[in-house]
Design a binder for this molecule. Structure first.
Ligand SMILES: [Zn+2]
Length: 83
């Protein structure tokens, strides 16, 4: 009888470990830093997608724009002024 209880405890322990392991794996996938912290933004000039942290942020007429390079930023400002 005691042995049966011991088995039950061992099985329960293994179950908890497996459950915990699966949970931590799920959390790791959900916490993908590339998707959450590094949101992709589109360069309005060349249409390329760049991570927000690497983009050149510029405020033009109260609106924020993200560019992949200084050249794109210059070109876009030129384009806006040209109109
Ligand atoms: Zn660009």
């Amino acid at each position: 009888m005691i042995r049966l209880l011991l088995y039950a405890i061992i099985i329960w322990g293994v179950y908890q470990v497996v459950k915990g392991y699966l949970k931590s794996k799920e959390k790791k996938q959900a916490r993908n830093p590339w998707q959450i912290e590094d949101e992709l933004v589109q360069d309005p000039m060349c249409g390329v997608y760049i991570p927000k942290s690497k983009a050149i942020k510029t405020k033009i007429k109260g609106k924020y724009y993200y560019f992949c390079s200084k050249d794109c930023k210059k070109e876009y400002i030129k384009k806006l002024k040209g109109r």
